[in-house]
Design a protein around this ligand. Structure first.
Ligand code: SF4
Ligand code: SF4
Length: 281
């Protein structure tokens, strides 16, 4: 196993702000990816009034080999979750919220109506809050995508995660072209900004990344994020390569030349990292 480079070692510092956030989340029985994944960017994001809520439980119906989320039996949907999130957004004074979920292939709509309810409840409490959704692929169901589009998020994010050749190994239940069609459909049906993210270091080649940038430029995807894959444990896919910080710069320049308007490529970039800044480009 390769050693983690120093530039990926960012301490998790607890501040008054992170403690307050954690307390409010606990009292509202909510999950955030920030807490669950012990995200190293937490201090920065919380200080910036941004957080990523994880809805529809902690268990995923899929089992991607890079992901640390449990694949135990999915939990029942908490119909009060949208209200609890809206209340937490108000108490935390957030002005940019990212809503994401596990994949719920067990639900007829993949959870699209639940996503929509969260958006509606937040808007009821504060119509100024910017909302980004980071959804699963809803098995490519356009009706489900329509439900979320109709709720009017400011940004519709769906992660491509990796290059097509690695799907079988890394995310066997997903399909690169289905995800691409997902992003294309949003753009065809709405003016909502589209966004996607990839991890690097799973074994992809530079040419394969360039080919993904070309696919994303063709469907007018507005924002692309790239960050280093870090294996959550020895049971997960091994890291094939740690990218040097300068390589992100090079990839970003290539992506922009190809036609991607906005990029956030860096070792510690996560899908929701600096989401507000990327929205305000
Ligand atoms: S990068 Fe995303 S998951 Fe990490 S702390 Fe920021 S908002 Fe939360
Ligand atoms: S679908 Fe998403 S949450 Fe589920 S295992 Fe894959 S990456 Fe993790």
């Amino acid at each position: 196993m390769q050693r983690l480079p120093d530039y990926l070692k960012k301490g998790i510092i607890d501040t008054e702000k992170t403690k307050t956030v954690r307390k409010i989340l606990r009292s509202n029985c909510l999950n955030t990816v920030c807490e669950a994944a012990r995200c190293p960017n937490k201090c920065e994001c919380y200080a910036n009034n941004t957080a990523t809520f994880l809805i529809m439980g902690n268990n995923c119906t899929r089992n991607c080999r890079f992901c640390n989320i449990s694949c135990a039996e999915p939990e029942p949907i908490d119909k009060f979750e949208p209200l609890k999130i809206a209340d937490a957004v108000l108490k935390l004074g957030l002005n940019y919220v990212v809503i994401t979920s596990v994949t719920r292939d067990d639900l007829f709509d993949g959870g699209a109506h639940h996503f929509a309810s969260v958006i509606y409840e937040i808007r009821k409490i504060n119509s100024e809050v910017k909302i980004e959704v980071l959804t699963p692929d809803f098995k490519g169901n356009h009706n489900s995508i329509d439900v979320v589009i109709d709720a009017g998020p400011d940004v519709f994010n769906h992660n491509i995660e990796t290059v097509p050749s690695l799907y079988k190994k890394a995310r066997p239940q997903a399909d690169y072209y289905r995800s691409l069609d997902f992003l294309k459909y949003i753009k065809e049906k709405s003016n909502i900004l589209t966004k996607t993210g990839l991890m690097v270091g799973l074994g992809e080649t530079k040419d394969e990344l360039i080919s993904v940038f070309e696919d994303l430029a063709k469907i007018n995807c507005d924002i692309v994020t790239i960050g280093q894959y870090i294996a959550p444990s020895k049971k997960h896919l091994e890291v094939a390569k740690y990218y040097e910080p300068s390589e992100y710069q090079e990839l970003s320049e290539i992506a922009k030349k190809i036609g991607i308007k906005h990029t956030s490529f860096s070792p510690l970039t996560r899908s929701s990292y600096k989401a507000k800044e990327l929205f305000n480009f």
